[in-house]
Ligand binder design. Structure first.
Ligand code: HEM
Length: 225
């Protein structure tokens, strides 16, 4: 197993597998969040289910956190190894001549997303942990109503936060635009299917971040206080 992670292809496959997992998470995260625009009640119901279901809380959530940390750590290791290899590489990176801006800057779009995830955890995840595990309140209620939708609206009151989120989602789009097809390539996707994959990748990488941008701006403009 350690031999697998020591080989360059092993690391790439591990990176791709964790990327698939995170892209799947992102899609379901988006599917749940977009409910907040169409039906606050349904959003509350689903949030309560996700926040209190033991399988989600104690199995899926730890796997997700592991996936996030793994992807970042592996990303840094790959970047460092690539930098080192460049000095002696025969397949030289000639900047714009043979690669895109996005592919050369995965580490920087990744760092921007990492900064966002830290802010995002401070915004949503830590208060959840506090309510459930420190205060021991698993009811999901505030003043007799489900609190999730209200908490979401409150977070997007601040224009500074909305701008920070929107910038992060643009970096997310850039990261995905290269990452999606790159992950398939690492898994050995064949040339025949490449065009379709590239199209699906482009759609996913633009629609999902744009959708997140829409959610943030929507709640900024539509809060009922
Ligand atoms: C408008 C956009 C978004 C909104 C409104 C939103 C909302 C939320 C909320 C309410 C939670 C708390 C879940 C809990 O109770 O634990 C959460 C958790 C999380 N979000 Fe987001 N999110 C957004 C975008 C994103 C994006 C773009 C990413 C990834 C790049 C992301 C990654 C995560 C992660 C990793 C968690 C922790 C999951 C967990 O609960 O274990 N979110 N988000």
């Amino acid at each position: 197993m350690s031999g697998f992670f020591k080989s360059s292809i092993g690391r790439k496959i591990a990176m791709a597998l964790s990327a698939f997992f995170l892209m799947f998470f992102l899609l379901q995260h988006f599917a749940i969040n977009i409910l907040s625009v169409f039906s606050p009640d349904l959003f509350n119901e689903v949030s309560h289910f996700m926040g209190t279901n033991p399988l989600v809380q104690f199995a899926l959530q730890p796997i997700l956190i592991f996936g996030v940390v793994f992807h970042f750590v592996m990303g840094f290791i790959l970047e460092l190894k690539n930098k080192k290899a460049k000095g002696v590489s025969y397949a030289k990176d000639n900047g714009a001549a043979n690669s895109t801006w996005m592919s050369r800057n995965m580490i920087w779009s990744g760092v921007a997303i990492l900064a966002f995830v830290i802010l995002h955890f401070i915004d949503f995840w830590f208060p959840e942990i506090n309510t459930k595990f420190i205060q021991g309140d698993w009811s999901g209620l505030h003043n007799g109503e489900f609190r999730y939708y209200h908490e979401l609206q409150e977070k997007f009151l601040s224009p500074v936060r909305v701008v920070a989120y929107v910038i992060a989602f643009v970096f997310l789009a850039l990261h995905l635009l290269h990452g999606f097809t790159s992950a398939f390539q690492s898994m050995g996707s064949t040339a025949g299917r490449k065009k379709t994959l590239q199209t699906i990748g482009k759609i996913y990488s633009i629609v999902v971040p744009l959708g997140f941008i829409f959610i943030a701006i929507y709640h900024h403009l539509n809060h009922n206080h």
